[in-house]
Design a protein around this ligand. Structure first.
Ligand SMILES: *Cc1c(COP(=O)(O)O)cnc(C)c1O
Length: 338
């Protein structure tokens, strides 16, 4: 059997999560009548101290709805050059919102208030209107790196002063909260909208949440319908989300601990150039010229370990709910033997 480190999206619902799903009370959510979705949205918005929440099929959809809701065609969105919203959402910012993007070279996916300040266009008819900043925490391409909360506060201040909206792509925000010992409430205070994935490290089969002010989520609900994301008896999925928020958050420290142990073994291999700092559940390492990333991934596959070549010389491994202690031990033994 493979040990699958390709992504934290590969998890299957646990028996208890499935039981919660089977017992869900459901209704038509487009009519606002699904009790499980209403409950999930209310649990999440209370958790973050935000007014309202919207359950969506994917994190791409919650991000794209937020961008659409915060911008006008022709506006400019500011984000890191590796940001998921730009690199991995199929050109959605242009397609859905008709907005342009200013990419900033961040530090492992993290951009600073100073960078943002100098990227905001002056009020000049020649320039696109800078209207939105998107942050990503944790940063996927940054190897699961986390922002310092103080750095986010500075960004918040710049956005407030210059009247830009601030969106968080928090696909793995719970990993950051657990790693940095922060609370959802702190984040709820600073962002105009937050997207969190339930289908990543929280182990749900489907689903993401968009959080924001009441008026904004009302608008988001309309955009979700336009995007084709209005679901009916999706309370079966929301029940998994409720279960995950109650049971799968604290355990993330286990994944983080496993990631550090595996990274330690990887860093000792002579074919490894460097390992990006491991702060959460993602390990990204760079190879020297002795082997390419696809070749190493193939070699690992021969030993029943699945990883992902994210570039010709970089490999990514992601820890998650379905990777248990014994599997981590086995993986470390195999890495040592390579
Ligand atoms: C996975 C991910 C998303 C959303 O992806 P979906 O597969 O559409 O749910 C958004 N941002 C980041 C950083 C991600 O890793």
């Amino acid at each position: 059997m493979f040990i699958d480190f390709r992504s934290d999206t590969v998890t299957k619902p646990t028996p208890l999560m499935l039981e919660a799903m089977m017992n869900a009370k459901v209704g038509d959510d487009v009519f606002g009548e699904d009790p499980s979705i209403n409950e999930l949205e209310s649990i999440a918005s209370n958790m973050f101290g935000m007014e309202s929440a919207l359950f969506c099929p994917s994190g791409t959809m919650t991000n794209q709805i937020a961008i659409k809701g915060h911008t006008q065609p022709g506006d400019e969105v500011i984000c890191d050059e590796t940001a998921h919203v730009y690199q991995y959402e199929g050109g959605g910012i242009a397609f859905n919102s008709g907005a342009s993007v200013k990419l900033l070279p961040g530090d492992l996916g993290r951009i600073t208030a100073e960078q943002i300040l100098s990227a905001i266009n002056p009020d000049d008819v020649h320039k696109p209107h800078s209207s939105l900043v998107c942050l990503e925490n944790t940063s996927n391409r940054g190897g699961g790196s986390c922002y310092d909360f103080e750095a986010i506060k500075k960004i918040y201040t710049v956005c407030k002063e210059l009247n830009l909206k601030l969106h968080l792509d928090g696909a793995r925000l719970f990993n950051a909260l657990v790693a940095k010992n922060e609370t959802p409430l702190q984040y709820g205070e600073l962002f105009d909208s937050i997207s969190v994935c339930l289908s990543k490290s929280l182990g749900c089969p489907v689903g993401s949440l968009l959080l924001g002010k009441k008026e904004f989520i009302k608008k988001a609900r309309r955009i979700r319908k336009v995007f084709g994301g209005g679901m009916r008896q999706a309370g079966f999925l929301a029940a998994a989300g409720i279960y995950a928020l109650h049971n799968h958050v604290n355990r993330l420290t286990e994944d983080h601990c496993h990631a550090k142990q595996i990274a330690e073994a990887i860093s000792k291999k002579e074919f490894v150039q460097k390992v990006l700092p491991v702060e959460t559940n993602i390990i990204i390492f760079e190879l020297n010229n002795s082997i390419s990333a696809p070749a190493l991934v193939a070699k690992l596959k021969g030993q029943d370990i699945l990883g992902y070549a994210i570039s010709p010389n970089r490999v990514r491994l992601v820890l998650h709910l379905d990777i248990k202690k014994e599997m981590v031990e086995k993986t470390i033994t195999i890495i040592k033997s390579l």
